[in-house]
Structures are given as structure tokens and as C-alpha cells.
Design a protein around this ligand. Structure first.
Ligand SMILES: NC(=O)c1ccc[n+]([C@@H]2O[C@H](COP(=O)([O-])OP(=O)(O)OC[C@H]3O[C@@H](n4cnc5c(N)ncnc54)[C@H](OP(=O)(O)O)[C@@H]3O)[C@@H](O)[C@H]2O)c1
Length: 252
């Protein structure tokens, strides 16, 4: 897979899966722009790890409505075209229905849906305008195994990712006429800050048993699937959801 001079925007690219994806695209010759929320140190470190020179950082909380338009505008000012958009940024908040009070319950729903679903819809809105002008493009959204198997400790997270799958498949249909492919990668537990911070120690213990490989995914294994969906010959795979969960949850 070659991405020489392709212009790529990755949300949440400062750490974890986003960082691994940025590294993988840069290695293949792409110009990579990384959006992140607040962790300047991690973002600068990621930038220093990218091969090549035409890479940029964009700080901004994507859950703020105006950020989606600004992000795409700033990107186009620098790179002229947007070839590949990876909506990777996401949050996971623990809020078990029988343990939290109503304020915490509603707060978790609002925050999660805003970042994991509404922000993606808004960024897709502005990005697709540029891709239509450019007569093609790719959008890859990072979902989760939790969309399919349920997330009892984080119901808003599971729901946001199920919604993200539906959004992606709807856009795959509506944007095909513009030669824009929209695909989804749905990881299981992956070795990042998010997985480590949301797992209880009991969950960590049983984690190894979930996959017959007896381990978590590494971020670069998820990045590999993202690059596949962004590659030239994968346009007709638009609408698909690729599981990267080590056979821990098999959909039928
Ligand atoms: N790790 C897993 O086990 C796992 C499993 C299934 C799916 N996923 C999905 O994979 C994606 C990446 O997860 P990860 O584990 O790599 O996460 P992570 O290590 O927690 O990193 C999250 C990234 O998203 C950014 N971010 C979070 N909220 C943001 C916001 N409002 N605006 C802009 N950037 C924001 C963070 O920026 P800052 O550093 O500045 O905060 C960071 O770059 C997520 O969508 C997640 O749901 C992860």
C-alpha cells in the first residue's frame, strides 16, 4: 500500500491507535495532520516520530461544534485537498446504570455521544464537501467491538459506536456517487491508554482469555486495517466493518 503525497487527517492522532496510524501513513509517504484535544507533549512526540517533513498538529476539541469546520478549513489552507480522513478520536466513560446518580448518567451520555458520534458526523459533513470537490476520497471511522456485544459498564460508549457504524454505512451509500469510500474498523481491546484506564483489575485478569490469541491488539495492527480501507483498490469495500478483535467476538 502506497500513500505517496496523499493528504491525511487523523483525529485523536496524538496517542494510541491514532498515533500508530499516523506513523504508518507517514512511513508510506503521506502528509499527515494530527488533531488532538489537550496533550501537547504526546502530540509533539508523535510528530517527531513521523517519517518525512510535511506533517502538522491541530489542537482542538472536536466535540465543540465550530471546531469541525475550522479543522477542515485549516487543513485545506495548508494541503489544498483532503484525500483521507480517519475519525479515530474517542472517549470511554464508566457509568453503570445501577451505580451512578442521574447527573453522572446524563453527563456520560452527553459527553460520549458528542465526541464519538456527533463530532464525527460534523467532521464528515465538512470533509465530504472537500472530497466531492476533489472527485473522491476516503473516510475511515474507528468504532469498537462494543457496538456489537454490548458494554454494560459503558452503555453510552457502546451506543455511540453502534451509531457510528450506522452513520458510516449511511454515508457509504450517499457518497458512493462521488467516489468517496466510507469504511469502519472495529477494534477489540487494544494496548493503549484508553484500554488500560477503563479496565478494572478483574477485567484485566480475564482479558487474556477473551481472545484465543491470549493477548490484546497492538495499535499498529488496528492501523493496518485502517490503511487497507484507505488504499486505492479498497473503494468497492465501502460500507464494510473490519473487526480487529483477535477472534474474541465473532459476528454472524
Ligand atoms: N483502546 C481500545 O481498547 C479500543 C477498543 C475499541 C475501540 N477503540 C477506539 O479507538 C479509538 C482510539 O482509541 P485509543 O485507545 O487509541 O484512545 P486513547 O489512547 O485514549 O487516545 C485518544 C485520542 O483521542 C484524542 N481525543 C479524545 N477526545 C478528543 C476530543 N474531544 N477532541 C480531539 N481529540 C480527542 C486524544 O487527545 P488528547 O491526548 O489530547 O487527549 C488522543 O489523541 C477510539 O475511538 C476508541 O473508542 C479503542
Amino acid at each position: 500500500m502506497e500513500f505517496k503525497n496523499k493528504n491525511v487527517l487523523i483525529t485523536g492522532g496524538s496517542r494510541g491507535i491514532g498515533r500508530a496510524t499516523a506513523i504508518a501513513f507517514a512511513k508510506k509517504g503521506a502528509n499527515v495532520a494530527i488533531n488532538y484535544r489537550s496533550d501537547d507533549l504526546a502530540a509533539k512526540e508523535t510528530l517527531s516520530l513521523l517519517k518525512g517533513r510535511n506533517h502538522t498538529l491541530y489542537k482542538g476539541d472536536i466535540s465543540e461544534k465550530h471546531v469541525s469546520a475550522e479543522l477542515i478549513n485549516d487543513f485545506i489552507k495548508k494541503y489544498n485537498t483532503l484525500d483521507i480522513l480517519v475519525n479515530n478520536a474517542g472517549i470511554a466513560i464508566q457509568h453503570e446504570i445501577d451505580k451512578v446518580d442521574f447527573n453522572d448518567w446524563t453527563d456520560a451520555w452527553l459527553k460520549t455521544i458528542n465526541v464519538n458520534l456527533l463530532a464525527v458526523a460534523n467532521i464528515c459533513y465538512w470533509a465530504s464537501k472537500q472530497m466531492i470537490k476533489n472527485e473522491g476520497g476516503r473516510i475511515i471511522n474507528v468504532s469498537s467491538r462494543g457496538a456489537f456485544r454490548g458494554e454494560p459498564n459503558m452503555p453510552a460508549y457502546g451506543s455511540s459506536k453502534a451509531g457510528l457504524n450506522s452513520l458510516s454505512q449511511s454515508l457509504a451509500k450517499s457518497l458512493a456517487k462521488h467516489k468517496i469510500g466510507v469504511g469502519v474498523v472495529a477494534p477489540g481491546f487494544t494496548n493503549t491508554d484508553m484500554a488500560v484506564s477503563t479496565l478494572t483489575s478483574k477485567e484485566k485478569e480475564s482479558l487474556l482469555d477473551e481472545s484465543p490469541f491470549k493477548r490484546m491488539a497492538e495499535p499498529d495492527e488496528v492501523a493496518h486495517a485502517i490503511l487497507f480501507l484507505a488504499s486505492e483498490k479498497s473503494l468497492y469495500s465501502s460500507g464494510t466493518i473490519i473487526d480487529v478483535n483477535g477472534a474474541s467476538y465473532l459476528r454472524t
